[in-house]
Design a protein around this ligand. Structure first.
Ligand code: 1CP
Length: 352
């Protein structure tokens, strides 16, 4: 499997751009990458995926590394994100999870009682997470100077899949458990924080230079619920990551009301979705927190002129320092990859 990058990959000078921006340093232009840049929007991914289970693809290091590199080759983005999924560390400890096409992760036996918690042990890095580490190492070998972002699902978002048994709109069962059984809930989130921490430690030790914690669905909580039922586990997770000395981005969809809380986890950077204007986020979080976002992914489904206009507005509203260009959530599967290539070039060249 060819892991080599074409000659037009960004020059090494741009390579550390992401890390510099995450640290709040002055940079010549904002770095650009896209959440869910690897995967279904790319025909070369769909080709490789054909006839394979998603989790088998994640568990085959050579293939996972190849998929990780695909968007870097094609779009010239300033970072790769490991091709994996937030449920991979759960599968690694024996949770019966399957990723169903067009649905997402489905858990055959949901976690709903105190007795179920014993199934959530911390993974052993050298055995349970060996394939994850190998995928990171191979990805880094192929990336050269371009940094690799490792990731994990945050405790709340992982809990939502485990408790519901699959994707859900409102996480009603999850929030019901949180309110009805706060003791069970706290232990559940503590165990999930340990699982996420182990996955991130493995990725950083194998070469990931930054990490993102995806708390995609935590926007369904009130600020008070977040403080009481989620923040302690997030702080545990972020404390373990702090020992690794890599920048951490925390992201959640629809978290405009929680931005200060996301920063209170100890994150170096906060991902913002398109509903919160960047100047508002900057004013609320201050210059010590890097912002990442926040082009509406729907803009990438529109003709290029429309996408460009919205991208310009995002860039014009972004802070001069401590800013990473991204979408406000993941790339939609039906996105024309040509638009993403144009968008990455637009961000790279606007300041040239
Ligand atoms: O080919 C396929 O059918 C699988 C589709 C797919 C892919 C490509 C899934 C199923 N996961 C992934 C890869 C993935 N997942 C990546 C790496 C790719 C990249 O970012 O470039 C990452 C970072 C994730 C993380 C992930 N998985 C999140 C957090 C990010 C987000 O979008 O909010 C979540 C919530 C998941 C669960 C999940 N896995 C897959 C789907 C379709 C879903 C979401 C289902 C739902 O709506 O609840």
């Amino acid at each position: 499997m060819a892991l080599l990058l074409p000659p037009d990959r960004p020059a090494p000078a741009a390579a550390a751009l992401l890390l510099r921006a995450l640290r709040g340093e002055e940079v010549p232009r904002p770095p650009v990458w896209f959440m869910r840049q690897a995967g279904r929007s790319l025909p070369e991914y769909r080709e490789l995926r054909r006839g394979r289970r998603m989790l088998d693809l994640c568990g085959t290091p050579e293939l996972a590394a190849e998929v990780t590199l695909q968007p870097v080759r094609r779009h010239g983005v300033d970072a790769a994100i490991l091709f994996s999924d937030i449920v991979v560390p759960l599968e690694a400890v024996g949770i019966d999870v399957e990723i169903r096409p067009g649905v997402g992760p489905v858990i055959a036996t949901p976690v709903q009682t105190r007795a179920d918690l014993a199934r959530l042990r911390e993974p052993e890095p050298d055995t349970d997470l060996a394939a994850l580490a190998a995928a990171v190492r191979l990805s880094c070998d192929g990336l050269g100077e371009t940094p690799l972002i490792g990731f994990a699902g945050a405790p709340f978002t992982l809990a939502s899949y485990l408790v519901e048994g699959g994707p859900s709109k409102a996480q009603a069962r999850t929030r019901a458990l949180m309110l009805a059984e706060p003791g069970v809930w706290a232990e559940l989130l503590e165990r999930l924080a340990a699982i996420a921490a182990a996955a991130i430690e493995t990725q950083v030790r194998a070469g990931a230079q930054a990490v993102q914690v995806f708390d995609s669905w935590v926007g369904s909580l009130s600020a008070e619920q977040y403080d009481r039922h989620v923040l302690p586990a997030m702080q545990l997770l972020l404390q373990r990551i702090a020992a690794l000395d890599v920048p951490v981005i925390v992201f959640g969809l629809g978290t405009g009301h929680l931005l200060e809380r996301l920063a209170a986890t100890g994150a170096r950077a906060v991902g913002v979705d398109w509903r919160t204007p960047l100047p508002e986020a900057a004013a609320r979080l201050g210059p010590a927190v890097t912002l990442q976002g926040n082009l509406d992914p729907a803009a990438c489904l529109a003709p290029w002129e429309v996408c460009e206009r919205h991208a310009r507005a995002v860039l014009d509203s972004a802070p001069a320092r401590g800013y990473v260009f991204n979408l406000g959530h993941g790339v939609q599967p039906q996105t024309d990859p040509g638009i993403l290539t144009q968008l990455a070039a637009y961000v790279r060249e606007r300041h040239a």
